[in-house]
Design a protein around this ligand. Structure first.
Ligand SMILES: [Zn+2]
Length: 149
């Protein structure tokens, strides 16, 4: 049993910006996935790169439109080892869901982590890479998983 608490600091201030639904971020993201690229948007003021590419900067509260491609390798951030199903029954094959920070991005992507044999050996900061489906269709599932390297 591992006892660990991680504090993730952040802000959620909705008072200084007109809130809007951002389908553009997801549209850009899946468009890139079809070509096996990870696309985001970069703030021209502070340089923050968002993946998926939001249409405004969460720090500067300004619209952003500079599209950038980030690296397909990065580091493992937070992760959860799934040893049981929702009813608490142990699963035969545990799996790991994770967040990954790709090189060139300041935000995180979620996915499944593969390439490990003992989940106890998986640590934050390990290097990972994107693994694609053989045939991409412009859908979130095009990004098959993240692989330890
Ligand atoms: Zn900014």
């Amino acid at each position: 049993m591992i006892h660990e608490t991680k504090i993730i600091e952040g802000t959620w201030d909705l008072t200084t910006y007109q809130w809007k639904i951002e389908s553009d971020a997801l549209d850009l993201f899946v468009k890139g996935l079809k070509d096996k690229k990870i696309l985001g948007r970069k703030c021209h003021k502070c340089g923050t790169v968002y993946v998926p590419g939001t249409t405004y900067c969460r720090k500067c509260f300004i619209d952003i439109d500079q599209i950038v491609e980030v690296d397909q390798e990065g580091v493992l951030d937070a992760f959860t080892v799934n040893l049981a199903d929702v009813k608490g029954t142990l699963v035969e094959h545990p799996y790991i869901t994770c967040t990954v920070k790709l090189k060139g991005s300041d935000s995180f992507l979620m996915g499944i982590l593969e390439g490990w044999t003992d989940w106890r050996s998986v640590k934050e900061g390990m290097k990972v890479k994107v693994v694609w489906k053989d045939i991409t269709q412009g859908a979130l599932a095009d990004l098959s998983h993240f692989q330890l390297i």
